[in-house]
Design a protein around this ligand. Structure first.
Ligand code: NAG
Ligand code: NAG
Length: 351
């Protein structure tokens, strides 16, 4: 009776559907899991290929092909630092962000004793020189770039320098990061760039009249910065509607490991790199996969370093480490990781 009742409940009552539905649910769940693991391994693949990219771009990859011999000059109340490779094929103007200076782009050397050589800046310069770009960097007059007289000064310096070096016939391109990106976006209405790259910057397009001959523009941005992402989307749409070519490269976060800092920072050895990584793990600055939990600027890593008795770190390397931590978090930082794509994009418009 009980059995019967059970049976009839299972098969003859409205709950008859239960078994096929349960089977279907089971199959669906299985499929969902399969898809999840496929996606996960796909993502892991992407992440490890990005980690591979980071690893491939060691600070000394250009050691045998490019030597830095920059020249530093003073003009219009600021300094410019430049280098021209053998048979240059184009000119690249590089603009730093707030708190940046021209000296950040070049390694310290007898040619430039006060140069600092931040890891991303110096690699951008090296990539450029290796591909035949003459490089000119200028310091902003104040902490950040301004968009009045400073634009005229930038224009004057670039014109004077390219004429003086007989480079005025070559294609002229520019890359600016953050405040430098705003600056380049405005400078492009004065100077005839054939292409510009705006890195982690949406540009000053709300404040300018853009004409049809505005140069093709590549946005290199970090989509974690949602607010800026939104503005970049709007500006890309506006430029496209005016018939101006736009492209975009998205920069994603990557995990730290015991060797990332040594790989990317000249003068930071493997032992210190591994110790720093361990300290960051211990302090919970990075998650179990090596990703920064917060932006480097808001991570108390310098305090942790001071408190740790385990260290002899050259203080001059602090800004270099800071930059790589910001870059690994991928919210707002200068990056050279996409140099190949960036320079290919510059070159694709030169013939
Ligand atoms: C920059 O310096 C040059 C040479 O001294 C000068 O002729 C030019 O007017 C200056 N430009 C600006 C915008 O002050
Ligand atoms: C935009 O870029 C494409 C591909 O590089 C090119 O074919 C096209 O001519 C460009 N258009 C303009 C307006 O520059």
């Amino acid at each position: 009776m009980l059995k019967q009742g059970y049976k009839s409940k299972a098969w003859n009552s409205p709950q008859k559907w239960k078994v096929p539905v349960l089977a279907l649910l089971g199959i669906s769940l299985f499929l969902i899991l399969v898809v999840f693991f496929l996606l996960k391994s796909h993502n892991d693949g992407q992440q490890s290929s990005l980690a591979h990219e980071v690893f491939k771009q060691r600070w000394n990859i250009f050691e045998s092909s490019v030597q830095l011999h920059p020249t530093r000059e003073f003009r219009n109340g600021t300094d410019l630092i430049w280098q021209i490779p053998k048979s240059p094929k184009a000119v690249l103007f590089l603009a730093h962000g707030c708190n940046g200076r021209a000296v950040n782009f070049w390694d310290q050397s007898p040619d430039c004793p006060s140069c600092i050589g931040l890891p991303e800046e110096r690699l951008l310069v090296l990539h450029g020189l290796a591909r035949g770009f003459a490089i000119i960097t200028i310091s902003s007059l104040g902490r950040c770039w301004t968009f009045g007289e400073e634009v005229l000064i930038g224009n004057d310096i670039i014109k004077w320098w390219t004429n003086n070096k007989k480079l005025e016939k070559l294609p002229l391109v520019a890359l600016g990061a953050s405040s430098g990106g705003y600056f380049v976006s405005v400078l492009a209405t004065n100077v005839r760039f054939s292409r510009i790259v705006l890195m982690i910057a949406e540009g000053m397009f709300q404040q300018m009249d853009i004409e049809q001959n505005y140069p093709p523009t590549l946005f290199v941005h970090m989509p974690k910065d949602l607010f800026r992402q939104q503005k970049i989307d709007e500006n890309m749409e506006m430029l496209r509607n005016k018939g101006i070519n736009v492209s975009v490269i998205e920069c994603k976060e990557f995990p730290l490991s015991s060797n990332v800092l040594a790989d990317r920072i000249p003068g930071l050895d493997q032992t210190i790199s591994a110790k720093l990584f361990k300290l960051f793990q211990m302090k919970g600055f990075i998650d179990q996969n090596g990703y920064m939990r917060k932006d480097g600027r808001t991570t108390q890593w310098k305090k942790a370093l001071k408190e740790s008795k385990n260290f002899l770190l050259d203080k001059r390397l602090v800004p270099h480490i800071q930059e790589e931590l910001n870059l690994a978090f991928a919210y707002h930082e200068m990056t050279s990781l996409h140099s190949d794509q960036i320079f290919k994009w510059f070159e694709s418009h030169m013939n």
